[in-house]
Write a new protein. Structure first.
Length: 254
């Protein structure tokens, strides 16, 4: 433990020194854009998640049911994760039948044009693909700023949790003012509760307001928002396996 603490302190000192250096504007990865990189997704571990199975190649040491992890770096965040809401999008994700694989992401208008049947709330395309309403979130993590932007996708029964967050975010005022606080100035605690229906139980996120960010973090978040709005940054559902979207009504895990 002592060795790890020493290494961490050395890394923090190095980081401070690096931020003061002048590199002359040179960056070997300046050509990376949204087509050659992707915003990682936050995954909420379920009892059936492959990351918990030591025999699976996806196994992540230390991950347990009810914990959040980063699907790219495999970092285990634990059962509580503080988030800064930067951007929300309501999209329709097109999957091959039975979640056989990601096809495309659509707006509501496009999804309606592609839909030929709407039985029991299930939208299906002419090719037989499923169109699933999905709440897409882009967050910053105030306790993991080095991770930059991360994404969270909620669908079906878990959209209820998203609506709760949306309501809270859009109705939050700065203290003692009549000014609404932009989403990226707010911090929420994302925790886990067990939800269930007649098909079983699963872990579901909940959100609770946890204060406001400092001005420098708000500035950073506003810059991220600009990059998302321009399309410079975005999450890619191709980085998810077909079982990794929160959708327990059909037995899938995220």
């Amino acid at each position: 433990m002592a060795t790890k603490e020493i290494v961490k302190k050395e890394e923090e000192v190095m980081d401070l020194a690096l931020t003061d250096m002048d590199f002359g504007g040179v960056d070997g990865f300046s050509g990376v854009d949204s087509t050659t990189s992707s915003v990682p997704f936050i995954k909420l571990m379920q009892a059936i998640s492959p990351e918990l199975n030591k025999k699976k190649p996806e196994y992540v040491e230390g991950a347990q049911s009810g914990m959040f992890i980063n699907n790219i770096t495999k970092e285990v965040y634990g059962e509580v994760l503080r988030i800064i809401p930067v951007l929300f999008e309501r999209v329709y994700v097109e999957w091959l039948p039975d979640r056989g694989g990601f096809v495309a992401q659509h707006s509501l208008a496009t999804a309606k044009e592609l839909t030929i049947t709407e039985e029991f709330g299930k939208w299906v395309t002419a090719e037989g693909n499923d169109l699933v309403e999905t709440y897409m979130y882009y967050f910053m993590l105030p306790d993991h700023l080095e991770d930059g932007l991360v994404a969270l996708a909620l669908s079906k029964s878990n959209i209820k949790a998203g609506k709760t967050l949306n309501t809270a975010v859009t109705r939050k005022f700065f203290p003692n003012t009549a000014k609404l606080a932009p989403s990226f100035t707010q911090i929420y605690r994302m925790e886990v509760v067990e939800a269930s229906n007649d098909k079983g139980s699963w872990n579901q996120p909940t959100f609770k307001f946890d204060g406001f960010v400092k001005p420098d973090i708000a500035k950073m978040a506003s810059e991220f928002l600009k990059s998302l709005s321009s399309g410079e940054k975005k999450a890619d559902f191709n980085t998810l396996n077909d079982e990794e979207v929160i959708d327990r009504e059909e037995g899938a895990a995220f």
